[in-house]
Design a protein around this ligand. Structure first.
Ligand code: FES
Ligand code: FES
Length: 166
């Protein structure tokens, strides 16, 4: 093994991975370049925009803020691993239906933060949703469609849960 690299094991979207990583490399680069998970976008590189958001042990984390080696032992979820109903997750469907995107660059990060938001509490007000989205920036759509999409996905998920519990 190259002594400048560190053996790092973690799970991504439910699959175990083991890599030898240079300690300086960011998690976002490891996901995109080593694992081909290019749905996670790499933009500002300064923890501002949120385009690189993934879930780490069920918490929304900007993957340009974390080193790849810090993922050791963790569970990572990226946009590619979202559980699907049919061909997409209800959040993805709702972002399309409620015009929660235009160019789509911020969208994977927005959706991963939204997924985390919905996992926290199902009865959040618009203001609470906006506050929890504050780390994700969109330069073209405006935020109202995004908030509407999150609420619409929440309804879809609640209906699904209702059907499962019937
Ligand atoms: S690329 Fe990570 S916050 Fe912008
Ligand atoms: S949809 Fe273009 S930056 Fe958000």
């Amino acid at each position: 093994m190259d002594m400048s690299k560190v053996k790092t094991s973690f799970s991504v979207n439910g699959k175990a991975v083991e890599l030898e990583l240079e300690p300086r490399r960011l998690l976002v680069s490891v996901l995109r370049e080593d694992l081909g998970l290019t749905g996670t976008h790499h933009a500002c590189d300064t923890t501002n925009c949120g385009a690189c958001t993934v879930l780490v042990d069920n918490k929304a984390v900007k993957s340009c803020t974390m080193l790849g080696v810090q993922a050791n032992g963790k569970e990572i979820l990226t946009i590619e691993g979202l559980p699907k109903v049919g061909d997409m997750h209800p959040l993805q469907k709702a972002f399309i239906e409620k015009q929660g995107l235009q160019c789509g660059f911020c969208t994977p990060g927005m959706i991963m933060t939204s997924y985390w938001i919905l996992s926290q509490n199902k009865d959040l007000s618009d203001e609470e949703i906006k506050r929890m989205l504050h780390g994700n920036m969109c330069r073209c759509t405006g935020y109202q469609g995004i908030v509407e999409a999150i609420k619409s996905a929440r309804e879809m998920l609640q209906k699904q849960e209702g059907k499962i519990n019937e």
